[in-house]
Design a protein around this ligand. Structure first.
Ligand SMILES: CC(=O)SCCNC(=O)CCNC(=O)[C@H](O)C(C)(C)COP(=O)(O)OP(=O)(O)OC[C@H]1O[C@@H](n2cnc3c(N)ncnc32)[C@H](O)[C@@H]1OP(=O)(O)O
Ligand SMILES: O=C([O-])CC(=O)C(=O)O
Length: 374
């Protein structure tokens, strides 16, 4: 009998220069930089540069990348037409997955073209993914699509497109830090999905649409939406204990809690927690953070499980007045940099992913019985 690692737990599937998740210590590095060193000190655009070039940019390099990102913001008219005509009740994350796939039909995206062309595709996807999400949100709410602007950061531009107004510096900074915290995380399920697709020498758009499909699941990036649904269902801090006891008795998963790799606190969570505390206090809505704190406490005590990145990000986005079904899309917008950097890395040293499985089905030697006799 072969040794089966269900869920590939503990399996090292490839090398990477991009991110390292140290699960026992609760440490996360992007290209050698501790996330605690990066968060609040560098912009999302600097992180995009770091992931694409494995070094932090100087001013001129950052300017060049920023200009390239902003130059790519206009979507093809066919994609805009799709966003306008798409079912208004569709989940934005599904629309994003489909729109990314559509974008692929506007260019001959071949893995074997010059490396710089693959990098240009990566830049285009990082630039356009937020526009797709925000434009669909405008379209489904019957509002006009604000014209693209080139004077705003990635975070500010998303908020501007979503609301039609340039955001406050504080809102921009909050979303920018959230983008930094979500950009990269080693071989998580969606990144691994992107790399598996890329490993067949398929194209970037196929890899990224598959990654978005993997991210949306509630065991992965979809958990941030689940957190707000849970908090809304609980309703008030005095109801938390009974609600969690009941959920655990029913063997339900508490969204935003637990992690495959981190056995201690996810290092991104304290940053988001701090932001959530400040924002809910400003809004006079401290109950959201109070409920979260109690849930986290119970889960630590009862199950030895800690909050992950999705737990407090939900309250941060809620406090920014972002609709719940745009939470996972925001994760996808930020992770686009990590996904595309991984696809580029996969192609730079490609080997097809093809694990084995242990057959546990019917005994060998089954005979075909004619269909009418079965
Ligand atoms: C960005 C991200 O993707 S971060 C993760 C986002 N996902 C979530 O927040 C969803 C909730 N969390 C989970 O489902 C899990 O913790 C995962 C999927 C993230 C990690 O799961 P795995 O490593 O596969 O652990 P697994 O699901 O096998 O759980 C191990 C044990 O802990 C329990 N457990 C793990 N997470 C939770 C949770 N959130 N709530 C309740 N129990 C939990 C399981 O029930 C199981 O208990 P048992 O051994 O008594 O049966
Ligand atoms: O690494 C994982 O399994 C999930 C995660 O936290 C992420 O993708 O950010």
């Amino acid at each position: 009998m072969a040794v089966v690692s269900k869920g590939l737990e503990g399996i090292v599937a490839a090398e990477t220069r991009l991110g390292e998740v140290k699960g026992a210590e609760g440490i996360l590095f992007y290209c050698g930089y501790d996330i605690n060193e990066l968060a609040g000190k560098v912009s999302y655009e600097e992180v995009v540069y770091l992931l694409f070039y494995q070094k932090l940019p100087n001013r001129a390099e950052l300017e060049k990348l920023t200009t390239a990102l902003r130059a790519e913001r206009e979507l093809p008219q066919g994609v805009i037409d799709y966003l306008l005509a798409a079912p208004k009740k569709a989940k934005p994350i599904d629309i994003m997955r489909t729109a990314v796939s559509m974008l692929g039909s506007y260019e001959l995206n071949r893995h074997d073209v010059d490396v710089s062309e693959n990098l240009a595709t990566a830049i285009r996807l990082v630039s356009q993914i937020g526009v797709i999400a925000a434009y669909f949100h405008r379209a489904r709410t019957g509002k006009e699509l604000p014209p693209i602007r080139k004077d705003l950061s990635e975070a500010a531009h998303f908020l501007y497109l979503m609301t039609g107004e340039v955001p406050s510096k504080e809102a921009e900074k909050t979303l920018d830090v959230a983008y930094v915290l979500h950009a990269e995380h080693g071989f998580n399920a969606s990144t691994f999905t992107a790399r598996v697709v890329a490993s067949t020498l398929s194209d970037m758009y196929s890899a990224i649409s598959a990654a978005i499909g993997a991210l949306k699941g509630p065991l992965h990036g979809g958990a941030n939406e689940g957190v707000i649904h849970m908090l809304e269902e609980i309703g008030s801090p005095d109801k938390v204990d009974a609600w969690v006891e009941d959920a655990l008795a029913q063997k339900k998963k508490i969204m935003g809690i637990g992690h495959r790799v981190y056995k201690v606190l996810d290092p991104r969570a304290p940053h988001l927690r701090e932001m959530a505390i400040q924002l809910t206090a400003q809004l006079g809505e401290a109950k959201w953070i109070q409920m979260s704190e109690r849930i986290a406490e119970i889960m630590r005590e009862r199950k030895g499980l800690n909050a992950n990145v999705d737990f407090y990000s939900a309250t941060v986005y809620y406090s920014l007045d972002i609709p719940t079904d745009l939470f996972t899309p925001i994760f996808a917008i930020a992770r686009m940099s990590g996904w595309t950097a991984h696809v580029l890395e996969q192609w730079s040293e490609n080997r097809l992913f093809r694990p084995l499985s242990e057959y546990v089905g019917r005994p060998y030697g089954q005979k075909v019985v004619p269909i009418d006799e079965r």
